[in-house]
Design a protein around this ligand. Structure first.
Ligand SMILES: [Zn+2]
Length: 158
């Protein structure tokens, strides 16, 4: 994964705000993940990067005044995942978030979830794939990522 400093103008939480919910001494970023285009802040303790948290998640925590639980996701109300403005953020459980995106029929190529709806590169129909598997396939696949062996065979011949 390649990280670069984000050319990002928008609300980002201050160190004092993040300290209310997380063990942190210094904030790095925001950084942008070159693959998903998502923006993250790095939480640093004793000169070491401890974890990365998305700007949306941190902004939502500051808005709510509490830490998000593991199964809670920062949902972008307008479906624009780059709009990390606090008033565009709400809590959704991971399951809700996936079904919301399916209902709105958006193509999810972002890989923030455990199970992802991905559109087959041959038949274009959505299928479910594990985040880790997709991450790996996107890296190594020469011809695309396919829903089935038959689509894979056809996709390779094109
Ligand atoms: Zn297919």
């Amino acid at each position: 994964m390649v990280w670069k400093l984000a050319n990002y103008i928008g609300p980002i939480p201050t160190l004092e705000e993040v300290k209310r919910f997380h063990e942190v001494e210094k904030l790095y970023g925001p950084y942008i993940d070159s693959k998903t285009q998502r923006r993250f802040m790095g939480l640093c303790i004793n000169g070491k990067l401890k974890r990365n948290i998305s700007v949306g998640r941190l902004n939502l925590e500051v808005k709510l005044g509490r830490k998000l639980l593991n199964y809670e996701e920062a949902d972008h109300i307008d479906e624009d995942k780059y709009n990390d403005n606090p008033n565009n953020l709400q809590i959704l459980s991971k399951v809700d978030n996936v079904s919301k995106s399916r209902k709105n029929n958006t193509v999810r190529r972002d890989i923030g979830y455990k199970i992802i709806d991905f559109n087959c590169d041959y038949c274009r129909l959505p299928f479910k794939i594990k985040e880790s598997q997709l991450r790996w396939k996107l890296k190594v696949a020469k011809f695309g990522v396919f829903c089935s062996t038959s689509c894979s065979n056809k996709g390779r011949k094109r």
